[in-house]
Design a binder for this molecule. Structure first.
Ligand code: ADP
Ligand code: MG
Length: 373
């Protein structure tokens, strides 16, 4: 089943929960909807499920315009973060619920329902637990029952809204891998909501990044990380530093030092340079670079994550140095920038506001200290 969302708008009082959203999910694809809380992920999922009616725009299941059909016809499997299993029902009856609730003419025979329940229990690796009640299961097991229940109706589309959100980190990781395996075996068209970038990047064929009711980018996990389309995507995914630069004559400069970076077609004027830790390296052989002052270091695995402040406005840049480098707070050092992306000044990153306000308040301090420029 292909799902096509075309120019969908949904407003609540004072807020555009979905702002002209268009999205295709191809048959059998596993797509993650990723974005901060309040970005519209749940609204989009509920609209696809037919639980919300869009103010405008259309949703197609294959070539069928869903606004013309009844919700039941969509055959959507839905799993929520807190999916209330029926507490008074055994696992097997929870899973069988959707099948037993069908109108008589579509209802499988009881023996067929039993067979299907056992098959699903095997799929979600809960065989032997069919007679338990939800209260006798762990959180992870309960979510697996919820998924089996969603799969029981043979959904044309599977919609999962932060299904592992309430579980602890270890269990989440296991279930993530497990969900991917189930998806590969059953091949359902699946939309998976998460605010956890690691979950999205590890699990999905394609990641759709949402912000304030809009889709910022829809691309493979590699593209999302390596070629973020907007400052928001850059700063929401992975680690990043942002510093203001000047673009002029097709080059970006930082405090009058020219950076070897592609500025695309950006117009002359102020711009923002977004950096990953790996875009920055320590200069140890005395060659020229950007001077900075170490403000913190911490050990991350085999590397040392170093935060420096540089330039008159004490912009913070984070990078990784080999762990054996003894780098200390207040030490002066020189860095080189070998990558990163330059975006126009207008667009906003995930944390731009916070960083910008701290930079402004630091300005007076920098002048008072006579920080070199
Ligand atoms: P997410 O799932 O990404 O956290 P939601 O889709 O739940 O985001 O919400 C998007 C925006 O719409 C939020 O600002 C939220 O407060 C608002 N919203 C969602 N549902 C309702 C509702 N039923 N009534 C009013 N506002 C809502
Ligand atoms: Mg939500």
């Amino acid at each position: 089943m292909q799902v096509r969302v075309v120019n969908v708008n949904k407003r609540y009082v004072g807020i555009a929960a979905l702002d002209d959203v268009s999205l295709n999910v191809e048959p059998g694809e596993l797509v993650a909807l990723l974005g901060p809380s309040g970005s519209g992920k749940t609204t989009l999922l509920r609209t696809i499920a037919g639980l919300e009616i869009p103010d405008s725009g259309k949703i197609f299941f294959n070539d069928e315009d869903t606004s013309e059909g009844r919700i039941q016809k969509r055959r959507v499997g839905f799993v929520f973060q807190h999916y209330a299993l029926f507490k008074h029902m055994r696992v097997m009856d929870n899973i069988a619920f959707g099948l037993r609730a069908r109108p008589r003419k579509n209802k499988p025979k009881e023996s067929e329902i039993k067979r299907r329940v056992m098959e699903l229990l095997d799929l979600v690796q809960l065989s032997g637990l069919e007679r338990r009640f939800p209260a006798q299961l762990s959180g992870g097991q309960r979510q697996r029952v919820a998924l089996a229940r969603a799969l029981a109706i043979e959904p044309s589309v599977l919609l999962l809204d932060e299904p592992f959100g309430a579980l602890d980190a270890r269990v989440r990781k296991d279930l993530r891998r497990w969900l991917r395996e189930i998806h590969d075996r059953t091949g359902h068209t699946t939309l998976f909501v998460t605010h956890d970038q690691e979950e999205a990047l590890e699990l999905a064929d394609r990641v759709v990044v949402m912000n304030k009711g809009k889709i910022e980018q829809s691309a493979t996990p590699d593209e999302i990380y390596d070629e973020p389309a907007t400052p928001f995507v850059f700063s929401f995914i992975g680690e990043s530093s942002v510093i203001p630069v000047q673009v002029g004559n097709g080059r970006a400069t930082l405090d009058e030092r020219v950076l070897e970076l592609d500025v695309g077609g950006l117009p002359d004027g102020p711009a923002q340079l977004y950096l990953r830790p790996e875009d920055v390296s320590l200069v140890t052989d005395g060659s020229p670079g950007i001077p900075g002052l170490v403000v913190s270091t911490r050990r991350i695995g085999g590397m040392r994550r170093v935060t420096i402040e540089c330039g008159m406005l004490r912009h913070r840049i984070e990078f990784d140095a080999p762990a054996e480098n003894q780098i200390e707070n207040s030490q002066r050092l020189t860095i080189q920038i070998s990558g990163g992306r330059v975006y126009g000044a207008g667009a906003e990153g995930y944390e731009t506001e916070r960083l910008a306000s701290s930079a402004t308040s630091d300005f007076k301090w920098a002048k008072a200290e006579g920080w070199p420029t």
